[in-house]
Design a protein around this ligand. Structure first.
Ligand code: ATP
Length: 345
């Protein structure tokens, strides 16, 4: 029904250009993994290899204790949902969901029972006799999900399943997919370039860069303790602040930092929501370049002067606290040292 996956040293090149440079990842049974990274980092290549749609140049892939590296896609017990809806246009919702069961020669009564169960699970009962062109994008993706789950796959692979949907449907279906995946308990891998989606849906997020895994961690761990500058830059909205030696300490304005070891410079990453407006004379003086009201939160885009030139900072705060500030105002901003992630230069 559901299986752990072991990815061991998987490599893949296209025309001598490496797309995957040695991927090692253990995925637990029933776990939802999100592969997150910018365009071209290798997410889809890895997903295709797990599906059996691509062959790795090196390494091994195990489902449970079974080596499936050379196993063709039809024998892998995989359910797939893609960005494009890829439903059969001439079949109703019910017929689309039943299709893989018919191919597997499942008895008619068992098909009827399973299809009803999936219609309820995905909230499609009232649309069961509609054809894909009579459905919204969200309903089409629900149908694709139900069809993928129909044969009770060991592994569910989701390749940007939400990216064609508009924002509201997207958030709703994202939560639905998370709920359904937890109920069914199928091991699942989601490819996305949307960090909010990855953080919301996954048990663990795998950040990929240039064919390598940069960090694999729970959403909270990734958000609170990025292991590398790349992870820090990729998750959340962070300010990159370079501190250089000045009068015996690393400092910028009134920010001081005493490094554990001798260091010529450090880079601090401070989340936009950890930057605060403080009293004049404290922290760093900055000018508000733009003020973006976003309902509960207001973002201030700031320009501070630093010895290295203008430093651009972003501050996200509760709108009620920032109500009286306007573009052009000069303010002072600060942060708690424990809210900064420090990387040696
Ligand atoms: N069939 C192919 N032939 C040649 N190069 C390929 C092929 N498939 C992928 N690549 C290359 O391999 C690298 C990784 O591609 P991949 O599609 O896995 O990235 P991705 O992270 O999924 O990106 P995106 O988010 O844009 O889909 C890219 O440089 C891409 O150009």
């Amino acid at each position: 029904m559901s299986t752990p996956i072991s990815i061991q040293g998987i490599t893949k090149s296209f025309n001598d250009k490496p797309a995957l440079r040695g991927i090692d990842l253990e995925i637990a049974q029933g776990e939802m993994i999100a592969l997150l990274g910018s365009s071209g980092c290798g997410k889809t290549t890895l997903l295709r290899i797990i599906a059996g749609l691509g062959t790795p140049d090196g390494g091994r892939l195990l489902f449970g204790s079974k080596d499936v590296t050379a196993l063709p896609v039809q024998q892998r017990r995989i359910g797939m949902v893609f960005q494009g809806y890829s439903l059969f246009p001439n079949m109703s919702v019910r017929e689309n969901i039943a299709f893989p069961l018919k191919v597997a020669k499942t008895p008619a009564a068992a098909i009827r029972h399973r299809v009803e169960e999936l219609l309820v699970m995905t909230g499609l009962t009232e649309r069961a006799d509609f054809h894909p062109n009579q459905l919204s994008g969200g309903q089409q993706q629900r149908t694709a999900l139900a069809r993928a789950l129909a044969p009770k796959p060991d592994v569910l692979l989701l390749d940007e399943p939400l990216s064609a949907l508009d924002a509201q449907v997207r958030t709703h279906l994202r939560d639905e997919i998370a709920r359904i995946q937890r109920n069914v308990g199928t091991t699942a891998i989601l490819v996305t370039h949307d960090q909010a989606e990855a953080l919301a849906i996954a048990d663990r997020v795998v950040i990929m860069q240039a064919g390598r895994i940069e960090q694999a961690a729970s959403p909270e761990e990734l958000y609170d303790s990025p292991a590398t500058e790349f992870s820090a830059s990729f998750i959340g909205t962070r300010n990159r602040i370079e501190l250089r030696p000045e009068a015996g300490a690393l400092r910028l304005g009134n920010f001081f930092y005493r490094p554990a070891q001798d260091s010529t410079a450090v880079t601090l990453w401070v989340r936009s929501e950890d930057l605060r407006v403080c009293a004049p004379g404290e922290g760093l003086e900055a000018r508000i370049e733009t003020r973006l009201y976003q309902g509960p939160v207001t973002r201030l885009n700031l320009i501070a002067e630093s010895p290295a030139g203008d430093l651009r900072l972003r501050l996200d705060g509760a709108s009620r606290d920032l109500r009286d500030l306007r573009a052009g105002d000069r303010i002072n901003v600060n942060f708690r040292p424990e809210d900064a992630h420090v990387f040696s230069a």
